[in-house]
Write a protein that binds this ligand. Structure first.
Ligand code: MLC
Ligand code: AMP
Length: 455
């Protein structure tokens, strides 16, 4: 079954229910209206020569129009290629060179007004379960993004798992304040809500006071730890008290922040763990103990084990089929499991804990950054002789991107070089200068010692 056939079935079960609210756009659409708008939009895409299997770049800010465009691409049988709206021209060009999209939807044309009149007899919701639905970009160890291929079946399995685990129903209203180009906002937020037959209230971005203003209408909120930390700083966590469920993910939730949320929001947050390649993998229980510092237990239908070097390995209907253009032998183990790159352990009660990462990945505010990509840009400066980019602990961002330079380049020069080629969240928040970088016997920079040295 296609993901969208499941959504159409959920809409037809209760067509008069309001399922999409977007106060900033004055939107309050029933299931029947959302069905009608997305089928018209899908038929217009087909009239605009979007064929089944074509790739459509979707790089838009959160809005009701973005939700419609996303659903329409899938209903038309095309593949959604997600891209951060903050990417520079160079970053976007790299993504396009891999994904080769035939069409592009950005904030400038998200209303789809430039398309021809909708086809009269569109072919909608006919994709098979193993047909590709999404290319999600994720930074590879080389530092340049790779395209993870997810099928309708993968996304549907991922959505059904969270619907079951969190007892998500048609009575729920999700307060959606996440970006709509990542697994958290799309695969969990939008796909989960549509699969459950529930409703969403979409905000154009995250801001503590706007969130607090709309919280009373909603039963669920999903955020990255930075969002909870900002709500705490703004003294607005208590707005979440009326919610049935508050979930944190995409980055580690520090135990002290867990305790602050539990106290001020009147309920412990449910921390869960996922990836672009796999949708959701584990989560703390809906009923039962939510353990600070733990990502909980396996999601329904997900198998999880510890592989070589304590890397977490997973398997299940939610797990992607591979990266575009990369041999699956390089991506999966010989017996078909996906090594996540996260180092884990299981405690005596079967709760999983993530204790590190096999790669040098930095997670800042829920976004992934690979040091190599930034180092490559900084190295271009003639007065940078050597450079290492590391993540330093940060209360606000979890980890803060920091460039450590050997050389005497001007910091403003470096900032403008970086701004010309990298999205804002990747740009170092701090530049430090040292005489030499600590290296191990293999000549590799020892990032742990470097972190200790610069404090
Ligand atoms: C914004 N900035 C960041 C940043 N976000 N810097 C580092 N890390 C980030 N995450 C920059 C801005 O460009 C700006 O730079 C400055 O920091 C302050 O901006 P802001 O306006 O205060 O930021 P804001 O737009 O409010 O964004 C903060 C945020 C956002 C937390 C709302 O980062 C966010 O939405 N994060 C969620 C990411 C996410 O969805 N991850 C899921 C991945 S899926 P300057 O220089 O202009 O001042 C995944 C799987 C799973 O991981 O398990 O879910
Ligand atoms: P992405 O490639 O953006 O999908 O990011 C996936 C990565 O985010 C995972 O491999 C983990 O390293 C990290 N991650 C997601 N959820 C959590 C969590 N709850 N705790 C710690 N790390 C997490």
């Amino acid at each position: 079954m296609s993901l969208t056939a499941a959504w159409v079935a959920a809409w037809s079960a209760d067509p008069t229910r309001v399922v999409l609210r977007a106060p900033a756009e004055d939107v309050a659409w029933t299931a029947a209206e959302l069905e009608e708008r997305t089928s018209t939009a899908a038929a217009a895409l087909q009239a605009g020569d979007v064929q089944a299997g074509d790739r459509v770049l979707l790089s838009c800010s959160p809005s009701a129009a973005t939700v419609v465009a996303y659903i329409a691409i899938l209903r038309a049988g095309a593949v959604v290629v997600t891209a951060n709206t903050g990417y520079t021209t160079g970053e976007l060009a790299h993504i396009e060179s891999i994904a080769q999209p035939t069409h592009r939807i950005t904030d400038a044309n998200v209303d789809l007004a430039d398309l021809p009149a909708p086809l009269r007899n569109p072919r909608l919701d006919t994709a098979l379960s193993d047909a590709p639905a999404m290319l999600g970009f994720t930074s590879g160890t080389t530092g340049r993004p790779k395209a993870a291929q997810l099928s309708h079946g993968n996304l549907l399995a991922g959505a059904r798992a969270v619907v079951e685990a969190w007892e998500w129903s048609g009575d729920d209203m999700l307060l959606h304040a996440l970006p709509m180009f990542h697994m958290h906002g799309l695969g969990v937020g939008i796909n989960g809500s549509l699969t459950a037959g529930g409703a969403m209230l979409v905000l154009p971005g995250f801001d503590p006071s706007t969130l607090a203003e709309h919280a009373a209408q909603a039963s669920m909120f999903f955020g990255v730890p930075t969002m909870y930390s900002r709500l705490a700083d703004a003294d607005r966590l208590d707005a979440l008290r009326t919610m049935r469920l508050i979930v944190s993910g995409s980055a580690p939730l520090p135990a002290d922040l867990f305790a602050t949320i539990a106290g001020q929001a009147g309920q412990p947050p449910l921390e869960r763990y996922g990836m672009t390649e796999t949708v959701m993998l584990t989560g703390n229980p809906l009923h039962g103990e939510r353990r600070p510092g733990s990502v909980g237990v396996a999601m329904p239908d997900v198998d999880i084990r510890l592989g070589a070097d304590d890397v977490v390995e997973v398997r299940g209907p939610n797990v992607f089929s591979g990266y575009l253009g990369v041999d699956t032998g390089e991506t999966f183990t010989a017996d078909g499991w996906f090594p996540t790159g996260d180092i884990g352990r299981v405690d005596d009660d079967g709760y999983w804990h993530l204790v590190g990462r096999a790669s040098e990945l930095i997670i800042t505010g829920g976004y992934n950054v690979y040091p190599r990509e930034i180092e490559d840009v900084l190295r271009e400066h003639p007065r940078v002789h050597d450079v290492a980019v590391i993540g330093r602990p940060s209360r606000e961002w979890g980890e803060e991107v920091t460039a450590v330079i050997v050389g005497d380049a001007d910091v403003e020069d470096l900032r403008s070089m970086v701004a010309a080629s990298l999205a804002p969240y990747k740009r170092p928040k701090d530049y430090r200068f040292v005489d030499e970088l600590p290296r191990n016997a293999m000549g590799k920079v020892d990032r742990r010692i470097l972190g200790e040295q610069i404090g």
